[in-house]
Design a protein. Sequence first.
Length: 255
Amino acid sequence: HRVRSTIVEQEVVAAGASGKGGGFLARGWGDADTAALHCLGYDLHREQAAHLVLSSYRELPTAEARAGTKRRGGGGEKTGGNNVLAPWLDGLVRVSHMSDETAQVHPREVCEAVVAAAGANVVTGRVVGLDLGEEHAGDQEANGNGSVGAPVTVRGVRVRRGGRGATEAEGETDGGDASPEEESVLPCGKVVFCLGPWSSLLEQWLPGRIRVPMSGIKSSSMVLRVEGPAGELLSQSPAACFCAQDENGCHLELY
């Protein structure tokens, strides 16, 4: 039984972090509470990669890299490590094996393929609120743990479409004439919020009913295109690599 679904996207599917992440998958890395979920998720990714014919999916080993130390022997200076897993790492480095039940897939390809396979209707616009039904009696304020108050019926999602030049988050314009936006309500029987770091918007859409405490850690990412012999070596020996922390408490993750 196929569920008819509508997805509201401000730009396109996987325009943000969903399309730019490292796409790293690990099967057995959950703790006791989530281990079964990690295993199921990993197996489903493998199954759907074959079903959806995802070209970017690949299973690969994962290594841990630490700074090596100089040792002097009969052959001169040595790096202090037998780097078989990630031979494209040079310098003074020690590489150790972490896991073989790891894989990688391009997250944008996954998102686009799942949406296409589901036959979902993608609407371009910005969700600005909810169309709520009659409230049930016994409403109560949400507590600090993020739990909800009395149940409420969501009859639709308020969406603004069109317009240009305005940035909602900053309340600014790009210098041009901002054209008006049209707001409409998309009726729905059920609504699922998949907002990632923007989930705190639920506090505005459901005032007094839910709290979404959220904080984050800023990090940066880079995409390197390696050509020549080094690129060939990367293709021949793909591996994910987690680097040990440096003196500043930072570490690199290579995918």
